[in-house]
Design a protein around this ligand. Structure first.
Ligand code: HEM
Length: 142
C-alpha cells in the first residue's frame, strides 16, 4: 500500500483533486522536465523565456480535465506539431516523469487516475503526430 507521506519529499499525499494539488503537480512535474537530459532541451528551445504562461496553461489544462473547470481552450495537438525534436519514444520518458510526480504527490488511486488520463492523451498525440496509415514506420522501411 502507498504510504500517505512521500518518503522523499515528506509531503502528505493528496487523496482528492484540488486546484492546490494541480498547482503542485504542474510545478513539480515541469521542474523535473526542465532537469531531464532528453526532454529539458526540447522544452528550453520551445520556451526560451518566462515559464509563467506555460505553467498557467498547464494548470488550466489539468483543472479542465480533473475538475471539469473548462478553463483550457487550446488545441494541444496543433501546438505539439510545431515542436522541434518530437519523437514517439519521448512520450515514454514524459509519462515516466509524470508517473513519478503523481506517485510523490497523490495517493495511489488518485495518481493512477492522473496517469491513466495522461497515458490516453499521449496515445492520441502519438497517433495524431506520427501515425500515417499509408506509410511504414520508421519511414523508409519496407
Ligand atoms: C514527448 C512528449 C511531450 C513533449 C516533448 C511536449 C512538449 C511540449 C512543449 C515544448 C510545450 C510548449 C509549447 C509552446 O508553448 O510553444 C507543450 C505544451 C503543452 N503540452 Fe506537451 N509535450 C509532450 C507531451 C504532452 C502530453 C502527454 C500532454 C498531455 C497529457 C501534453 C500537454 C500539453 C499541453 C496541454 C500544452 C499547452 C498547449 C497550449 O499552448 O495550448 N504534452 N508541450
Amino acid at each position: 500500500m502507498t504510504r500517505q507521506i512521500d518518503d522523499a519529499t515528506r509531503r502528505p499525499r493528496r487523496a482528492t483533486v484540488t486546484e492546490d494539488g494541480i498547482r503542485d503537480l504542474v510545478d513539480v512535474f515541469y521542474a523535473k522536465i526542465r532537469r531531464d537530459p532528453e526532454l529539458g532541451p526540447i522544452f528550453a528551445r520551445a520556451i526560451p523565456g518566462d515559464w509563467g504562461p506555460h505553467l498557467a496553461t498547464m494548470r488550466d489544462f489539468w483543472s479542465s480535465l480533473a475538475l471539469t473547470s473548462g478553463r483550457y481552450k487550446g488545441n494541444p495537438l496543433a501546438v505539439h506539431r510545431r515542436i522541434i525534436g518530437m519523437e514517439p519514444a519521448l512520450f515514454d520518458r514524459w509519462l515516466a516523469l509524470f508517473d513519478e510526480t503523481c506517485g510523490e504527490l497523490f495517493t495511489a488511486d488518485l495518481a493512477a487516475a492522473f496517469v491513466d488520463k495522461a497515458t490516453r492523451i499521449a496515445e492520441s498525440f502519438k497517433l495524431g503526430l506520427f501515425f500515417r496509415p499509408h506509410q511504414t514506420w520508421p519511414p523508409g522501411t519496407p
